[in-house]
Design a protein around this ligand. Structure first.
Ligand code: SAM
Length: 243
């Protein structure tokens, strides 16, 4: 079971996304737990203020250190095994490899920033890992946290109906996935490749391998340079070069 604790000043943003589809089922089956925490509940003053103007001037507000520190202390206490993640555009860029590494954790605590971001001391003293979901700036860390929870949760054993379905997913193999088709075999004259209807699994596997390499070569050639190619894959790529 993987437990997530999410700290945010807008915890209500998570209700609907986590109340549908596979995440809802994973919660119902007890494969994951998600606990939402309002950082405002940990503010020290009676108005529950969680942000203040930046030292040194400049626009915008900065999230204060005390409420976040108090929230973390109450959630994880002395437990060293929790992985505390800050969602930030300045962090390592999230990808399938990072999702796989996080899926073996027992407890992930996610801190979502807002406004101009958080007091730097939060990053310095309270965080284990900083993660960005891409080179763009969001209004807050909530959507980024949803992306992380979704991508990590589907890798927890039992969450996907068919345990094989993550194996050939794009990026899991270092390649983009081959194209998928379902019934009908023909629609408006648009046909499914004949080989997929043949029932010949050796030929289907060969077609899929080639299609996956072809797609990766045309859309994400950078993935091929990072991958250790087998002799078979090198041969297929040479064939594609000739076509
Ligand atoms: N001023 C900050 C900077 O330039 O790095 C950006 C602050 S952003 C408006 C507010 C919050 O949104 C951040 O503290 C972070 O939690 C979240 N955020 C924004 N973009 C993100 C991204 N690409 N990945 C993860 N979190 C992001």
């Amino acid at each position: 079971m993987l437990r997530f604790d999410i700290l945010s000043i807008f915890p209500e943003m998570f209700q609907s996304p986590f109340d549908a589809s596979l995440i809802k089922k994973a919660l119902e089956k007890g494969l994951i737990e998600i606990h939402l925490h309002d950082i405002r509940d940990y503010a020290l003053d009676k108005h529950h203020v969680t942000d203040d103007t930046p030292y040194g001037g400049g626009g915008g507000m900065v999230m204060k250190v005390e409420p976040v520190e108090r929230a973390l202390a109450s959630i994880i206490g002395e437990k060293a095994e929790a992985m505390v993640i800050l969602m930030t555009p300045q962090g390592e860029v999230f990808n399938q490899g990072v999702a796989e590494s996080l899926s073996s954790c027992d407890h992930i605590v996610i801190v979502c920033g807002h406004y101009e971001g958080l007091d730097e001391r939060i990053r310095q003293y309270l965080i284990d890992r900083e993660i960005s979901i891409g080179d763009y700036v969001l209004t807050g860390g909530e959507f980024a946290a949803m992306v992380l929870v979704d991508a990590v949760s589907r890798l927890v054993p039992g969450v996907l109906g068919n345990s094989n379905s993550a194996v050939f997913d794009s990026f899991s193999t270092g390649l983009l996935e081959y194209p998928q088709y379902t019934r009908p075999a023909e629609y408006r004259g648009w046909k499914v490749p004949e080989v997929l209807l043949s029932g010949n699994h050796r030929q289907i596997d060969a077609w899929r391998k080639k299609a996956s390499l072809k797609r990766t070569r045309s859309r994400r050639p950078d993935l091929l340079t990072k991958r250790h190619l087998t002799d078979d894959e090198k041969k297929i790529l040479e064939e594609l070069e000739m076509e």
